[in-house]
Design a protein around this ligand. Structure first.
Ligand code: NAD
Length: 533
């Protein structure tokens, strides 16, 4: 019998945040608004009190913002890539310097714990440093193989696509305002960002800091609003980078398909964790807690289903429940709280509905399972479920909250089949002391990132490696070279030298055919030798 403990609670001793009402007022003035805008009140999930009022844009505002961005972009594309990098590196320094202010603001907008806001800050700084230092080399024209050796001189040039529309959710507002716009700007584009309305202030703060760092005005604009404003952006921008749910991804892909513009889609997940018999149990439990409850589970790569080998299942479950029950929840601007609030009402409703549906259909709650209005309007306990079956919503649907299901397995092949039957394929986590076996298993999981002996951060923070989803979890990749190249149009420029590639006009076609056939045979042998095939 597993004992459920009592969740640690912190008295909501609310310190004074570092941001001021005057700052919020100034930020509001940065919305790309060409008409009056519709006032929209933002409430903080920390206490349900008003945080501020933002103006919402119309589709016409979006069109004007894109036009303004289009006017600013050509001059930016002519700026040397190292000069662009210096601006981004100045932004990096300012971000670290002003961190207290943005951490407080992000926490107030999202209700997240300090540690989760801090993870955002670190990630944003890493992205800025990474793309500022790597992009100049990656964007240089690249000499390629050409046709027959020496016959042509061929290069690939990378041009900006123009205006990149970035559409983002509310869960990681700082990361979202930095990690897509920076590679897009480094590639010479202008950016129009549409954050989720709930997290508009963080996006505006980032934009203000970029301009303070030296980014020319007009190149990075913020439009506010919901789906309608997002659709207007897809209707006018030259490329769309969307982070959001899979249903939204499908709509955006359809609309972009009509216009034949490129998209990258970072969508949902139902991410599995696989704990093998030989795993380090204590480390796996800590990994499960971090993987399932970081940012109160509102994380695309968060773990929602955990498969544990039958030999260690009971011991794992006992420690997992003990440690989860002892997590400290609360709304604080310091590091006392280990888990914060959910961010938006509709997410809270989904989490509650998933738990209620599972319980009504026979699932057992090992710990948690309840809202905590005593802590804040959208707090929900970290929840572990067991005896979850396929007819329950929580089995296959993304919960995007602090709810995780525990399953026992005995056969690795069967569990791999279960893991891969999901329509999603974003992230996975494998725990074993046998790293060779771990890698072999990881490569058979259909997911864009797999972490061995870690939950999500190892792959996410490997900035040089790509990040994205298989199947319904997305299209395209962020991070790494691909994360930059998606914001470019690639052009091949080839110069013909010595003799025409299609053969000299005086050479009879029959002779030409025989010469080319001999050359192709020689080329095949040369290539096999060179590439060791
Ligand atoms: P959502 O799809 O409802 O909204 C995301 C953004 O898209 C918002 O800005 C929204 O206003 C906009 N939008 C909605 N409909 C649109 C339309 N028809 N056209 C254009 N824009 C539209 O998602 P959400 O509930 O805000 O965020 C949670 C989802 O995001 C989860 O599914 C989560 O897994 C996913 N997510 C994925 C990643 C990733 O990297 N894969 C990261 C974070 C979140």
């Amino acid at each position: 019998m597993i004992e459920t403990g009592r969740l640690g609670v912190i008295n909501p001793a609310r310190e004074t945040p570092q941001f001021t009402p005057e700052l919020l007022e100034r930020l509001v003035g940065r919305v790309s608004l060409f008409g009056p805008g519709t006032p929209h009140t933002l409430y903080s999930p920390f206490d349900g009190k008003i945080l501020g009022v933002i103006p919402l844009c119309t589709p016409e505002d979006v069109q004007q913002a894109v036009q303004r961005a289009r006017r600013a972009q050509p001059a930016w594309a002519r700026v040397d890539t190292r000069a662009r990098a210096r601006i981004v590196l100045r932004f990096h320094d300012l971000l670290l310097k002003r961190q207290a202010e943005i951490l407080d603001l992000t926490q107030y907008e999202t209700g997240k714990a300090r540690r989760d806001a801090q993870e955002e800050l670190l990630d944003s700084a890493i992205v800025a440093q990474f793309y500022a230092t790597r992009s100049p080399g990656w964007l240089r024209p690249k000499r390629t193989g050409g046709t027959f050796v020496g016959l042509t001189q061929t290069w690939e040039y990378r041009h900006p696509v123009g205006v990149v529309g970035v559409i983002s959710p509310w869960n990681y507002p700082l990361v979202m305002a930095v990690s897509e716009p920076i590679p897009a700007l480094m590639a010479g584009n202008a950016v129009v960002l549409k954050p989720d309305p709930q997290t508009t202030f963080t996006a505006l703060w980032v934009q203000a800091l970029m301009e303070e760092a030296g980014l020319p005005p007009g190149l990075f604009q913020i439009v506010t609003g919901g789906a309608e404003v997002g659709e207007a952006l897809v209707a006018t921008a030259d490329f769309i980078a969307l982070t959001g749910s899979t249903p939204t991804g499908r709509k955006v892909a359809r609309q972009a398909g009509e216009r034949l513009i490129g998209v990258s889609l970072e969508l949902g997940g139902k991410n599995p964790m696989l704990v093998l018999e030989d795993a380090n149990l204590e480390a796996a439990v800590d990994g499960a807690i971090h993987g399932a409850f970081a940012n109160a589970g509102q994380l695309c790569v968060s773990l929602e289903r955990i498969y544990v080998h039958e030999k260690i299942f009971d011991a794992f479950a006992r420690r997992f429940v003990e440690k989860t029950s002892a997590l400290r929840l609360g709304a604080t601007l310091d590091h006392r709280s280990q888990m914060g609030s959910l961010t938006v009402q509709r997410q809270f409703d989904t989490v509650l509905a998933h738990v209620q549906d599972a319980v009504a259909k026979g699932a057992r709650v090992l710990t948690g399972g309840r809202p905590r209005p005593d802590l804040g309007p959208l707090f929900f306990e970290p929840t572990i479920l067991t005896e979850v079956t396929p007819e329950m919503r929580v089995y296959n649907e993304e919960t995007f909250g602090p709810v995780v299901s525990l399953y026992k397995f005995s056969d690795v092949e069967q569990v791999l089949a279960l893991i891969n039957q999901s329509e999603y394929g974003l992230n996975a986590s494998v725990w074993t002391k046998d790293l060779g076996k771990g890698r072999a298993l990881a490569s058979r999981i259909q997911a864009g990132t797999v972490n061995i002996n870690e939950s999500y951060a190892a792959a996410w923070a490997s900035m040089d490696a790509t990040m994205g989803g298989f199947k319904a979890s997305g299209l395209g990749r962020r991070h790494g070279k691909e994360g930059l190249y998606r914001f470019t149009e690639v052009q091949t420029i080839a110069i013909e030298r010595f003799v025409p590639v299609t053969g000299p006009t005086w050479l009879p076609r029959g002779w030409y055919g025989r010469i080319v056939t001999a050359a192709l045979k020689a080329l095949k042998w040369l290539s096999r030798w060179w590439y060791r095939v």
